[in-house]
Design a binder for this molecule. Structure first.
Ligand code: ASP
Length: 343
């Protein structure tokens, strides 16, 4: 019997959207991750607020994957979340996955999932800037918009829905610590807007649509135990960048370094020397920009790999996954050629 997508699975991970403050007028001092995902869904699936028409055909299934402030997001939760997304999206009856997440590290999680989930269905993240009990909480509307988008979006892609905008995981970043529309996709712009349940794709995005690509090798199921994930740090280039911090990292055994260079990835002579030395010790180096918009365009002056359009934190995710897939490949090659320890 063929079952067609009848469900949207909502995964809760915590964040301000699930947060509570001491009073309904306090939006800065609060505790993130207090309400369960089932509680957050009540106003949408219950009596008080009817969900958008697009979600009526779908049953909503809620799963609490974690309950944390996203500043504490870690590889353990990422691994669990990726496997959970993959398992649910693999079910024929599931149309899409929606994830509630804190805003602070959302762009890293979104990009990570875009690289390890290879299933032709959408993943839609949403969040809030005000705790759930604030008098004008933004969470319920964001969650409603996210479900609406998940019910209509097609194909593979990881998205953020917040403050009436829909952003692609490749470009989106948090750009403001407190305002309601805290996310932006820089010069690439939002992909679509949502107003009174109407989703409108933006022409500028149609032109800049990213490939729904990934490192292509690793899948959620291939992610190793967290203890085996490579150690990759970000080093920022600034006035008097002398490479001392980098040498300490190399000494401590770092596997990869992303440099948030100035402008188009420029680096002082001494940091460049320190990076070359790190590279000669087997450390992988990639250069992004500390500017908050625009890609790093490779020039003759770049001696290291450049990050392209990814910001530094997403470049770090890409480098972690790249190192992991190289590790996996060399293990597979070793297996094929026979273990050096076999008789
Ligand atoms: N610190 C919170 C978090 O990232 C901020 C938020 O959700 O807006 O979980």
């Amino acid at each position: 019997m063929q079952v067609n997508n009848q469900k949207i699975v909502v995964l809760g991970t915590g964040g301000t959207i699930a947060g509570e403050s001491a009073s309904e007028t306090e939006s800065l001092n609060y505790q993130a991750a207090q309400r369960s995902i089932a509680d957050l869904l009540k106003p949408i699936s219950g009596q008080t607020m009817q969900g958008p028409a697009s979600i009526q055909p779908f049953a909503i299934e809620a799963v609490q994957v974690a309950q944390i402030d996203s500043k504490d997001m870690d590889f353990e939760v990422w691994r669990r979340l990726a496997v959970c997304c993959s398992d649910h999206l693999s079910r024929d009856e599931v149309k899409a996955v929606v994830i509630t997440h804190g805003t602070d590290t959302l762009e890293e999680t979104a990009y990570f999932l875009s690289q390890v989930i290879h299933i032709d269905k959408p993943i839609v993240l949403t969040c809030a800037m005000r705790p759930a009990n604030f008098k004008d909480a933004d969470g319920p509307q964001n969650l409603r918009d996210a479900l609406n988008f998940a019910a209509q979006a097609r194909g593979r892609g990881v998205w953020l829905v917040a403050a009436g905008e829909i952003h692609h995981s490749q470009y989106v970043q948090k750009v403001h610590p407190t305002r309601l529309n805290a996310f932006d996709s820089g010069e690439w712009g939002a992909a679509a807007s949502v107003h009174e349940d109407q989703i409108k794709w933006l022409k500028s995005f149609e032109k800049n649509k990213p490939q729904s690509g990934s490192n292509g090798i690793l899948k959620a199921i291939d992610l190793p135990e967290v203890a085996q994930w490579p150690w990759v740090e970000i080093v920022t280039h600034h006035v008097q960048s002398n490479g001392r911090a980098l040498s300490l990292l190399v000494k401590a055994g770092v596997h990869g370094v992303v440099v948030a260079g100035t402008g188009n990835g420029s680096l002082s002579a001494s940091l460049k020397d320190a990076l070359l030395s790190a590279q000669s010790h087997g450390v992988q180096v990639c250069v992004a920009s500390r500017c908050n918009q625009g890609p790093v365009l490779p020039t003759e002056n770049h001696v290291f790999k450049t990050a392209g359009e990814l910001n530094a934190v997403k470049t770090r995710v890409a480098l972690i996954l790249d190192l992991m897939s190289k590790q996996k490949k060399s293990e597979a090659d070793l297996f094929e050629s026979g273990s050096p320890f076999s008789i």
